[in-house]
Design a protein around this ligand. Structure first.
Ligand code: C5P
Length: 224
């Protein structure tokens, strides 16, 4: 399995000067927490995307670590994925794609996600939505989807390599800005996507309040 860890975003919603992957949670850089956890899955290699100006700093952070390739990301998340996929040669392995801003993904459930991708082609971690979700029009509620069918998608997401490479090849000629990778699989009708129920503590650190949650999650919830 090859793992792609995406950490080339600017983290603008966090409102700090440092990209969020270098912000420390309980003394350790978020990207380091995510990558160390990823190694528990025994990937053949981890490809890590980082912002252009942070390639050197990221290389320093992982000095002496084997089986990691650090590359400059793209302008969008999808471009970063594409750049990483260009380094994946094998077509018959599973490629795992993960947002580096989710440092606490559950290892056991991610393994299930990898197995599901081996079996059916594509799989994602997700949790049932706890809020009532409304669809708006002009800032007014237009309709309510049935909550019992709604899932909040997380990462890791896992794919047969050939499938996800095909998806990103097709995206090149498409005017679509995906926020994850499973959406491409359905958009181009390439496979079914299995949902593997994940954990609510697998948060994406996005807003300032998430840093407080992350600190508590690291101390009290994550022990694998
Ligand atoms: O912006 P968003 O929260 O969707 O980003 C998800 C992940 O993708 C983050 O871990 C971020 O660092 C990464 N990303 C990237 N390259 C970009 C934009 C985002 O690797 N150009």
């Amino acid at each position: 399995m090859t793992a792609i860890v995406l950490a080339a975003g600017k983290g603008e919603r966090l409102g700090l000067n440092t990209p969020k992957q270098f912000i420390k949670i309980n003394g350790k850089e978020m990207v380091k927490i995510a990558v160390e956890r990823m190694f528990k899955l025994n990937p053949r290699i981890i490809i890590l995307t980082t912002p252009k100006d942070y390639v050197e700093r990221t290389r320093k952070l992982f000095e002496g670590v084997n089986s990691i390739k650090i590359i400059e990301g793209g302008k969008t998340r999808a471009e970063s994925v594409l750049k990483a996929l260009e380094l994946v040669n094998e077509d018959d392995e599973v490629v795992l794609i993960h947002d580096g801003a989710r440092p606490f993904f559950p290892v056991d459930k991610t393994l299930r996600c990898v197995r599901a991708a081996e079996e059916i082609g594509a799989a994602t971690l997700a949790v049932p939505v706890k809020d009532t979700i409304a669809i708006s029009s002009d800032n007014k509620i237009a309709s309510f989807p049935d909550r019992s069918k709604l899932w909040a998608l997380q990462t890791p997401q896992c794919f047969k390599a050939a499938l996800i490479k095909k998806a990103h090849e097709l995206l090149k000629k498409d005017n679509f800005l995906p926020t994850d990778d499973t959406s491409l699989i359905l958009r181009y009708n390439l496979s079914e996507v299995k949902i593997v129920e994940g954990e609510h503590y697998n948060i994406k650190v996005t807003y300032p309040v998430d840093l407080a949650f992350a600190s508590v999650i690291m101390e009290e919830l994550v022990n694998e």
